[in-house]
Ligand binder design. Structure first.
Ligand code: NDP
Length: 448
């Protein structure tokens, strides 16, 4: 519940203006709940109107994307780029291609990104973009034509010093390649305007692995500090089977855990012997297949229709890595009654507010998305540095920087939580630590 008068007043204004954007309201409310002790201690933020300004994107670009499918039929999608906050660096955040994309979804992701990027300690502002384009079932040529049409408009608004997009759901190496090619063609400029690029054209080693690996580094560090515990011998439930899920599975296994699930938007597989990641990689990265195929190929594993059931599988640690609001109150309760004591978020906002309340009242070690999944954007930041230097670091160099960034996020979150009177609260700590840096920069730069 919000109690601080300033916070309540600004939230009421957001509700009035953006009442039709439920995901955005959810993200703002969660952050505002954490910020009450922060604004109480810093009256200068109210004086400078920081909360009023931070919830309003600096710019929202919305555009038509017209392209031709393989039958020669004209298709029209909507494109978005929300340039949310540039107080501490150029706008930075991924592009999502999914039928569920609308302005409110992109705004929630962009808002989260402001604080996430700040937490990495790298100089990156917050932004996000995407389209309601659905790449499922589309040919490579259709995806290419869509990406080219999308970039034809987007290229007017981005640049290495202005706004540097990356991937997100359904935007991986293939899409980033097409987008980069079109930017270069139109602008006649070879610069680090996108991250997540192929290694041959300016990409960073370990960017592909970064979000999933980073999630495990974060979880391991939080468990070490708060519970004197580790992944060793633990059973882990992971949702999704995309970029984040695959590399979270790989690192959790390397750290000695048994991952027993994988899922997609149709259903989930349970493998009591531990997920065989080479099979998942072959299905998802090899031929963009469905996770159901896993159960057909691996004896002893089971496939279940529907995504929600994955949270009823007994585990010690849950790492949601698919999409927003995938864990509701009922699923959170199921996790806990089956022995789960750690939930760290690879996806953005995968837990509903009611699920978070269940974690909090059951002493679950809860690592919120903006901290736990910041590894992807952190390595994107390192990719930008390498592009500027015009050199490439080794996998080991990038991976070790990633690990120390994730460990610092845990330390900084815990320090902020303590400073604001909520010792051990990784959510409040992440929101407070991320916010203070951005807020101070906004105050220093005047009313913009
Ligand atoms: P991918 O497109 O690689 O994978 C997404 C996975 O989630 C797929 O298995 C997909 O299944 C599943 N999924 C997507 N939408 C839904 C849905 N509505 N219901 C159930 N399952 C769904 O995306 P990423 O792995 O990159 O992203 C996953 C999450 O991680 C997102 O929340 C993203 O914002 C977040 N994230 C990603 C980062 C990155 O670096 N890639 C960085 C930080 C956060 P299907 O194939 O059936 O659609």
């Amino acid at each position: 519940m919000l109690t601080d008068e300033y916070v309540k007043r600004v939230y009421a204004q957001v509700e009035k203006r953006d009442g039709d954007q439920p995901e955005f309201l959810q993200a703002v409310r969660e952050v505002f709940e954490s910020l009450e002790p922060v604004v109480a201690k810093h009256p200068e933020y109210e004086k400078a109107g920081v909360l009023e300004r931070i919830v309003e994107p600096e710019r929202v670009v919305k555009f038509r994307v017209a392209w031709t499918d393989d039958e020669g039929k004209v298709q029209v999608n909507r494109g978005y780029r929300v340039q949310f906050n540039s107080a501490i660096g150029p706008y930075k955040g991924g592009l999502r291609f999914h039928p569920s994309v609308n302005e409110g979804v992109i705004k929630f992701l962009g808002f989260e990104q402001i604080l996430k990027n700040s937490l990495t300690s790298l100089p990156m502002g917050g932004g996000k973009g995407g389209s309601d384009f659905d790449p499922k079932g589309k040919s490579d040529a259709e995806v290419m034509r869509f990406c080219q049409a999308f970039m034809t408009e987007l290229c007017r608004h981005i640049g290495q010093f202005t706004d540097v997009p990356a991937g997100d759901i359904n935007v991986g190496g293939r899409e980033i390649g097409y987008l980069f090619g079109q930017y270069k063609r139109i602008r006649d400029e070879y610069s680090g305007v996108l991250t997540g690029k192929g290694l041959e054209f300016g990409g960073s080693l370990a960017r592909t692995e970064a979000t999933g690996y980073g999630l495990c580094y974060y979880t391991a560090e939080a468990m070490r500090v708060l519970r004197n515990d580790s992944f060793e011998g633990k059973t882990v439930v992971i949702s999704g089977s995309g970029n984040v899920a695959i590399f979270a599975t790989e690192k959790a296994q390397a750290l000695g855990a048994k991952v027993v699930t994988a899922s997609d938007s149709n259903g989930y597989v349970y493998d009591p012997n531990g997920i065989q990641l080479d099979v998942v990689k072959d299905i998802k990265l090899g031929h963009r297949g469905r996770i159901k195929e896993y159960a057909e190929r691996v004896p002893g594993s089971e496939y279940h229709e529907g995504c929600k059931g994955v949270w009823t599988v007994p585990c010690d640690i849950a790492l949601p890595c698919a999409t927003q609001n995938e864990i509701d109150e009922e699923s959170a309760k199921a996790l806990i009654s089956n022995g789960c004591t750690v939930v760290c978020e690879g996806a953005n906002m995968p837990s509903t507010p009611e699920a978070i309340a269940v974690y909090q009242s059951n002493n679950v070690l809860y690592g919120p998305a903006k901290a736990a999944n910041a590894g992807g954007v952190a390595v994107s930041g390192l990719e930008m540095s390498q592009n500027s230097y015009r050199l490439s670091w080794t996998f080991e160099e990038v991976d070790s920087k990633l690990k120390s960034i994730m460990e610092n996020i845990v330390a900084n979150s815990l320090e902020a939580a303590k400073e604001y009177g909520h010792e051990g609260d990784l959510m409040l700590g992440a929101n407070a630590a991320g916010f203070v840096k951005v807020a101070n920069a906004m105050v220093a730069q005047g009313v913009l």
